[in-house]
Write a protein that binds this ligand. Structure first.
Ligand code: GDD
Length: 340
């Protein structure tokens, strides 16, 4: 008999990788989305997608979640569903709380009351740590969130811990640092950069406008992180793990690498809002800074220590930054040429 897994938020970047991995491992995969739009799953191979049992459910409503969990009696629940944009959470805190706080509370409580043998994996975030104080952030770093989104992820981490401790559930948090891919949503900086770089390389006369390009992130490849969380789920006892590369890069470096890959070299002038990136050959301004893309409470830097995942799960990030930037560019080139 195959294992039965439920993926909430299956329609996002992570849902695509996770469903592919679980179907390959022989799992019976059920997924819930917030609308009938296939989202990222439209990119999934048809034979894989056909094997997924999809349903539209609002995770912020308790009754349909109760029914789903009670009827499903899943072996595993991967709770991915969330309002995942930090920037959006600043202007839409209520929507973020409904999705992230109520959503997780409904899922965890339904499992506790209707299907306590189900394993629950919550996808937490490095955003719950706030700014890097010194060194790297691990499972032992105290939460110190700086955004409504980060607060909801700190809440989730604590709730999962409490349910594990007090009700004996198999419940655990994967603390995911930034993870990108060709399927990333365009509200995130890496995808925004890649889309613009490819349009410019194709002759577009736009300027890429960004906010804080000096922010640093620990960027990994989403496919690797989803492999990691399935390994975590296969363990007999629940425990929390950080998934990260331990490598820090600034948004500015990401921009330079992406432009380099399409044969454009940038030179920088100015500071703050006057900082600009120019094409060294044509002297045209390709990157500028706009105040509206800055966020209050932006995290200056995050850097994760994934040594526990490496030692206990044998997990290592396989795809280097340079490699996945190339994947993102190739995918975007194909996407833009199919539209022209
Ligand atoms: N989105 C965006 N747009 N970010 C910009 C821009 C811009 O125009 N300009 C500069 N940035 C900076 C942000 O200020 C931030 O410091 C950094 O780029 C990364 O922003 P995002 O790509 O939006 O990601 P994030 O770090 O806030 O959050 C992501 O990673 C978390 C940790 O894994 C999201 O995926 C979260 O859901 C995730 O939990």
């Amino acid at each position: 008999m195959s294992n039965k897994a439920l993926i909430t938020g299956i329609g996002g970047q992570d849902g695509l990788f996770l469903s592919r991995i679980l179907i390959e491992k022989g799992y019976e995969v059920h997924g819930i989305t917030k609308s009938s739009d296939l989202g990222t799953l439209a990119h999934l191979e048809e034979d894989v997608r056909d094997k997924i049992e999809l349903r539209v459910v609002n995770i912020a409503e308790k009754a349909p979640i109760d029914t789903l969990i009670s009827e499903g009696q899943f072996d595993q629940v991967y709770h991915l569903a969330a309002q995942s944009s930090v920037a959006r959470s600043i202007n839409h805190p209520r929507e973020t709380i409904e999705s992230n706080v109520l959503g997780l509370t409904n899922i965890a409580t339904s499992i506790r009351d209707k299907s306590p043998q189900t394993k629950l994996l919550f996808t937490g975030s490095s955003e719950m740590f706030g700014d890097l104080v010194d060194g790297q952030q691990s499972e032992l770093t105290a939460p110190n969130p700086q955004s409504p989104y980060g607060l909801t992820k700190a809440f989730g981490f604590q709730l999962v811990n409490a349910y594990r401790k007090h009700y004996g559930l198999w419940a655990a948090t994967a603390i995911l640092f930034n993870h990108e891919s060709e399927y990333r949503g365009e509200q995130f900086v890496t995808k925004k950069i890649i889309q613009s770089v490819v349009r410019i390389a194709n002759g577009g006369d736009e300027t890429l406008s960004l906010g804080n390009i000096h922010a640093q992130r620990d960027w990994g490849y989403a496919g690797d992180y989803m492999e990691g969380i399935t390994q975590m789920m296969e363990r007999e006892s629940p425990d929390d793990y950080v998934f990260a590369t331990g490598q820090l890069h600034s948004v500015k470096e990401f921009v330079e690498i992406a432009f380099n890959k399409v044969g454009i070299k940038l030179e920088w002038t100015g500071e703050g809002l006057a900082e600009e990136g120019r094409d060294t050959e044509t002297q045209r301004t390709l990157v500028n800074i706009e105040k509206r893309f800055y966020r209050p409470g932006d995290i200056a830097g995050t850097c994760g220590d994934a040594s526990k995942a490496r030692e206990q799960l044998g997990w290592v990030p396989k795809t280097a930054l340079d490699e996945f930037i190339s994947k993102m560019i190739d995918h975007e080139r194909a996407n833009q040429s199919s539209k022209s």
